[in-house]
Design a protein around this ligand. Sequence first.
Ligand code: ADP
Length: 378
Amino acid sequence: MAKKIVMAKPEAAITEEQAEVEALFNSIGDGAITTDKFGRITRINPMAQRILGYDEAELVGEWFPKKIVALKADDTPANLIDRPITKAFLTGHSISDKMYYRRKNGQTVPVYVSVSPILIDDKPYGAIEVFRDITLEEEVDRMKSEFISLASHQLRTPLSAIKTYSHMLADGYMGDVTDAQKKSLRTIIGATNRMNELISTLLNITRIESGTIAVTPKNLHIDKVVEDVIKEISLMAAEKSITLSFSAKGTTSRAVKTDQLILKEVVTNLITNAIKYTPEGGTVKVSVKAQVSDVLIKVSDSGWGIPAHEQEQIFTKFFRAQNIVKRETTGTGLGLYLVKGLIDALGGEIWFKSSEDKGTSFYITLPRRQTTKTMGNK
Ligand code: ADP
């Protein structure tokens, strides 16, 4: 948690000091605005004036949240309670967030805001907000996402040709093939499948990071979605002689309104991991249960587990635990990072419990109703 700013008590005859503070405040390279304890603007530096398009006289004395209009990504006004300035006043802590401000001329500008309460002798005196224009960063992010998206789509086309012709060769459409040739073709097909999955993961991560993932909720029965995934993955389990089972608990309806594709992607990732990180002959159990306002999905395995000291990092991009890296060389460490982002997009929660060499259980809860939304930036 960032430290609160505690200003020295004002003393008489500090004009030189005041002038110094004034000069310092005015030369801050980011926008800076101070308020009194009621949220009325007391100072605004030249950079803030430039970003917002107002001059000092138009802002000083005005109530900050009213005069400086903050917008959400969908261009609707941000709730007062969600604004960093309100949160900083309410909590007494520094609060940072990304948002959009409306300029005097009506244009919108993306900003990164940081507000700190000012306390004198531990009593609220006001707040200082520092913010910077992040238009350029947003543009770079957008271009980066566009590039990944374009590159991934371009990779898919030749891959699907490789896959189709490998299948045709393996199935004997172009003449007899020996067992050794079939084996090689199966390896090629397996590799193209993995590459396809990787491309999908990259595309999904780009969508999440750029805030452009679209969530389309539909009425679904959770049992059906999970059972479908299990059917698709059962061969993978069978190849490792792993018992993959499904159970539905309770009599309450397990109907949910959520995005089917996203949910399938999440469940597939968790079950695939459970199989991948469980030794031959182990078990993977999947269960679903209706709760008061949400539905719980649990994926438990009797596998190698996640070492306690690495558990904190499990949802981090590219992270793979040490006990796994030495056993399973294939993997990117992107799956759970993606799953976490997808679950956030569905308004759900994810957590896990794990014991090394005993097994792991991943839990997801999903709200029964998910409203349509496209997350994030504009
Ligand atoms: P990947 O599987 O490609 O390595 P993930 O992001 O899906 O990437 O998983 C990250 C890491 O989390 C894995 O490398 C592994 O160390 C650990 N992990 C995930 N699921 C399990 C599980 N069911 N059992 C043990 N470890 C797991």
